[in-house]
Design a protein around this ligand. Structure first.
Ligand code: KG4
Ligand code: ZN
Length: 347
């Protein structure tokens, strides 16, 4: 199996990324070319522009990943690529590049679920997670609570979906509320910075939708509550205080439900993943909640929380080792989702 080096490629949204990772853990290089600047003026990602930018960036990003690792194609053992979920035109660029590379070099090809990549980022630094664990996946398109069992040799095993959002994803809510507040895209980091300036919510209280029931989420009502608040109080309310009240509400719901899920499953390890897991308030509240209960919390370092290809290489390595191989008919699946399944399938 050589050095177990996997080339990862990621183009599901507005980041073109390539990485070389050994044994699913040791990052030899991780290159991310962000298009956020291009999409900012439109207040969100424009799919057509994203796809075209990926076409321009994928070659240079790949070359940079090899250069930073000081590696060549002869060092690569498998090619892993995000096959979904995401923007179809954007995904197709990475899938086509991965197929071409695998075909030209005679390498095994593994299509990876982008969200599984976010979870497997937990392996990239520090102590790896202990399964069974409950995973909270919070990104621009997803808010999922998952149970992941223990597989062979301590590897991640079977996955069961406990719940998810019924409308907006947590990241989507951050982005939409940022827009209402006149803050730039992406909204998450902008709201976090504004909330930090506020210090406290200044008496503003926003609803915590579905907090006290089950494992599903709903964030669109919260966004509407912000819109109504701004309409009623307008300039008499500081945007920073609204940002703080909104962040407090989202974090409260996410943490309360994650704790409830881990308790219900008897899991003593929690993994938080996805772009929203970069949020400092969420990380702190989760750390406190897990600490009180003697549970382990695994959250990837910030650069591996937001979209990157090292996480795709990590997930690809686990799937490859478990025997998964995809053929050249591998296709982008913009709506790919988690289904209850063994490890070799959910990654
Ligand atoms: O995982 P990700 O980079 O891309 C997707 O797969 O969607 O997540 C992007 C989302 C965006 O909605 C962004 O606003 C949010 O993650 N995000 C944050 C923070 N950084 C990124 N949300 C809250 N706080 C942050 N610091
Ligand atoms: Zn993502």
């Amino acid at each position: 199996m050589g050095g177990g080096i996997v080339l990862g490629l990621e183009t599901s949204c507005d980041e073109t990324a390539a990485a070389l990772v050994a044994e699913g853990r040791r990052v030899l290089s991780s290159v991310v070319a962000s298009q956020a600047e291009v999409h900012r003026r439109y207040g969100g990602v424009v799919p057509e522009i994203a796809a075209r930018r990926h076409v321009e960036a994928i070659g240079p990003v790949l070359r940079e990943a090899f250069a930073q690792a000081g590696a060549g194609w002869e060092d690569v053992d498998a090619v892993a690529v995000t096959r979904g979920p995401g923007l179809v035109g954007a995904l197709l660029v990475g899938v086509a590049a991965a197929k071409a590379a695998a075909f030209a070099r005679g390498l095994p090809l593994v299509g990876v679920n982008h969200l599984a990549g976010h979870i497997m980022a937990a392996y990239l630094e520090g102590e790896p997670p202990e399964w069974p664990a409950v995973a909270l996946v919070v990104s621009g398109s997803h808010t999922d609570l998952l149970w992941i069992g223990k597989g062979e040799g301590g590897a991640p095993g079977e996955l069961r979906r406990l719940g998810g959002t019924r409308d907006d994803a947590a990241g989507e809510a951050f982005d939409k509320v940022a827009r209402l507040l006149g803050l730039p895209y992406p909204g998450g980091p902008a709201i976090e910075a504004a909330a930090a300036r506020a210090g406290a919510a200044g008496g503003l209280e926003l609803p915590r939708p579905m907090r006290d029931e089950g494992f599903d989420f709903s964030f669109s009502g919260l966004k509407t509550a912000v819109a109504v608040l701004l309409e009623e109080r307008g300039p008499r309310v500081a945007p920073e205080a609204v940002a703080r009240a909104f962040q407090d509400a989202v974090v409260d719901v996410l943490v309360t439900k994650t704790v409830r899920a881990a308790e219900a499953c008897g899991a003593r390890c929690v993994v938080a993943a996805g772009g929203v897991a970069a949020n400092g308030a969420l990380r702190q509240r989760l750390a406190a909640a897990c600490g009180e209960r003697g549970w382990r919390l695994v959250v990837p370092p910030l650069r591996y929380c937001t979209d990157n290809a090292a996480m795709i290489a990590a997930a690809g390595w686990f799937a490859w080792r478990a025997g998964r191989r995809d053929g050249y008919e591998l296709d982008a699946d913009p709506d790919l989702d988690f289904e209850d399944s063994p490890a070799v399938r959910w990654m």
